[in-house]
Design a protein around this ligand. Structure first.
Ligand code: FAD
Length: 434
């Protein structure tokens, strides 16, 4: 079988891989030195588009329109860019074995890739209901969304089941974004999740009440406090009904499941130190194995601001960790070093006409400010999180770019406050002063 050898290999061809390639381009390398090996058949793209404009009936996003690095306002890296730079894009190729001691990777087809430096950027995979043995979970038209192939299948189903019924299982950001996208496609949508409110890992009850109210106005039926325990299918094997734990049965032509992900670290199990479910790295994204780096969703890294190590499954960190790792690699080749990674957690989501951003840490007490009436023509509201009398986190729905910058600054600076009522009263103007 063919054997190929590269100075740098990135395994995984998602967001982090794409931004790493751009950084290699900035820092300089020789043609033929860098390869990206990806299971997906397409060059790296901005994954968040899959649950948003990719599914819209109008203004639809399609490749090559959203290849990296357009998501952060950069130049689009279409497949030709890699060719011009002499980067080998090895697509449609799944790595099934990694031998970090021998510095080799083996693909499903048996090809062998050798490297001097490896960057692990395998991202996450979805948790499936069949993993928990949910009855009937392998029926047709039950979808998950991680990769572009998944999105294409969902688009086909939306077309085939015009004006049909969908059940969205899960109340996280994937569930919320997909429910909106389905509704915009004129599908009748029910959302089901066990928690008392949506996005419970980030949203407070007050924040969630706004989104749940807004979704109800859009005609989405929200069913909380129960879970899907089984599915029935018709004679074609297509899903027909969703059975809930509380005994209710919902009709469904389409089911979309968004119940979380897990980092893809299996290839490296037992060969590299892990922590908090991910591959443990230092501030330069070096793993416990020399010449092996891990970036994006799979990395558990030191979050300097909070003096602890964490894994972050968001696109902004995928981009920035990639840049940091490549800068560290290139600097160390010159005997230099780069500054420590000093990440400020940043998450966002968009659905319907809504758009929120969150910066910092969601711990401690909270205050809510602004207009969070779902019936308002232009709702705009936010929350601060306060720990040890310092504002450590900030959330804003409907903010302008400047306002979003202001809340980011609050989360970074962590200003002290004396009085929660005063903070509530000041609301966004508190951020503007920082
Ligand atoms: P990925 O982008 O997932 O890339 C991993 C790549 O590795 C994939 O191409 C995969 O096929 C490949 N791979 C895995 N294993 C192998 C193997 N063995 N061999 C070869 N290739 C392999 N974050 C936000 O902050 N905001 C959002 O609005 C948002 N929306 C999202 C919407 C969706 C539908 C999804 C799925 C995620 C969203 N995210 C969002 C999260 C964000 O996309 C991820 O955090 C980000 O993509 C992580 O980048 P990554 O490079 O680590 O992994």
């Amino acid at each position: 079988m063919a054997e190929k050898s590269f100075k740098y290999v990135i395994v995984g061809g998602g967001v982090a891989a794409g931004y790493a390639a751009r950084e290699f381009g900035k820092q300089g390398f020789n043609p033929g030195e860098l390869a990206i090996i990806s299971k997906e058949a397409v060059a790296p793209y901005e994954r968040p588009a899959l649950s948003k404009a990719y599914l819209f009936p109008e203004g639809t996003a399609r490749l090559p329109g959203f290849h990296v690095c357009v998501g952060s306002g950069g130049e689009r890296l279409a497949p030709e860019w890699y060719k011009e730079k002499g980067i080998e894009l090895i697509l449609g190729t799944e790595i099934v074995k990694a031998d970090l001691a021998a510095k080799t990777l083996t693909s499903a087809a048996g090809e062998i890739f050798k490297y001097q430096i490896l960057i692990i950027a395998t991202g996450s995979t979805v948790i499936k209901l069949s993993d928990f043995g949910v009855q009937g979970a392998d029926a047709k038209n039950i979808f998950y969304l991680r990769e572009i192939d998944d999105a294409d299948k969902l688009v086909e189903a939306i077309k085939a089941k015009k004006n049909g019924k969908a059940v969205v299982v899960g109340g996280g950001y994937i569930g919320l974004e997909l429910s909106a996208a389905l509704r915009i496609n004129n599908i009748d949508v029910s959302m089901v999740y066990p928690e008392p409110w949506c996005m419970p890992r980030l949203f407070t009850a007050d924040i969630a009440a706004f989104y749940e109210g807004y979704y109800a106005i859009k005609g989405i039926n929200i069913i909380k406090g129960t879970v899907a325990v089984g599915f029935t299918a018709d004679s074609n094997g297509e899903v027909k009904e969703v059975k809930l734990k509380d005994g209710r049965v919902l009709e469904a032509d389409i089911v979309v499941v968004g119940v979380g992900g897990r980092p893809l670290t299996t290839l490296f199990k037992g060969q590299v130190a892990e922590e908090k479910g991910g591959i443990k790295t230092d501030t330069f994204f070096r793993t416990s194995v020399p010449d092996v780096y891990a970036i994006g969703d799979v990395a558990t890294f030191p979050l300097k601001l909070y003096n602890e190590i964490r894994r972050v499954e968001h696109v902004d960190h995928a981009r920035k960790s990639a840049e940091q790792a490549v800068q560290a690699i290139k600097s160390s080749e010159e005997g230099k070093t780069v500054e420590e990674y000093d990440y400020l957690p940043y998450f966002y989501s968009r659905a319907f006409d809504l758009s929120w951003q969150f910066y910092g840490d969601n711990v401690g007490d909270t205050v809510l400010f602004g207009d969070n009436d779902p019936k308002s023509p232009k709702p705009k509201f936010g929350s601060y999180w306060i720990k040890d009398r310092k504002v450590v986190g900030a959330f804003l729905e409907g903010g302008s770019p400047d306002e979003n910058k202001a809340i980011a600054k609050v989360a970074r600076v962590q200003p002290s406050i004396q009085n929660l009522d005063q903070l509530t009263k000041e609301g966004l103007s508190f951020a503007a002063k920082i």
